[in-house]
Design a binder for this molecule. Sequence first.
Ligand code: DC
Length: 208
Amino acid sequence: MSTPIIAIDGPAGSGKSTVARALAHALGWSFLDTGAMYRAVTCEALARGLDVHDHEALAQLAAHIRINTLPRVSVDGRDVEDDLRSDAVNAAVSVVAANPKVRETMVGRQREFAALQEHGTVVEGRDITTVVFPNATLKVFLTASLEERARRRDDESEHSVARRDEADYSRSASPLRQADDALVLDTTGRTIDDVVGEIIQCLKNTDS
Ligand code: DC
């Protein structure tokens, strides 16, 4: 029998990373940050001097490197955690994440990861509830007001967050979408514990 999966999606600044991490901790399950996987591919491409717009080169790279996300993010055993959020990676990662072949490889690995976990997996990312795990035990879509999301990204303006939303919702490869049967939670003004508690309650209701 397969182990349970909670899939968490939502726009930038909705709190998905923080909530997913805290939820995994509270349940004693594994946590998978899929954005970190796209960031790791990007990091490695930049380290090798590849052009991130070269779709075929990026597809080959993604297929041949080994990415671990726990306990820290590494590529072929080299720790890249501290480079994941550099300006260079921030600027290039959306190009890499839009590459359909890179996505195909990453999605396969995400499914493999979840299948290997003993207790369960909390996984977060842009296409997790719609594409990667449409049959997850529980699907959660987090939102928050634009004002709060901009504040959480501390140096990002509302205008810039709104622009990113537009790009995320309208891109052709796996656009951000809310699954029809997802639990939609607005995290504006709520604490992490409060949101985690509501998701755990909902999981219990799903079980019974
Ligand atoms: O969540 P993040 O900022 O670390 O994600 C990094 C990039 O990867 C961002 O451009 C969104 C993209 N991404 C994706 O396309 N699919 C995922 N499952 C996770 C992240």
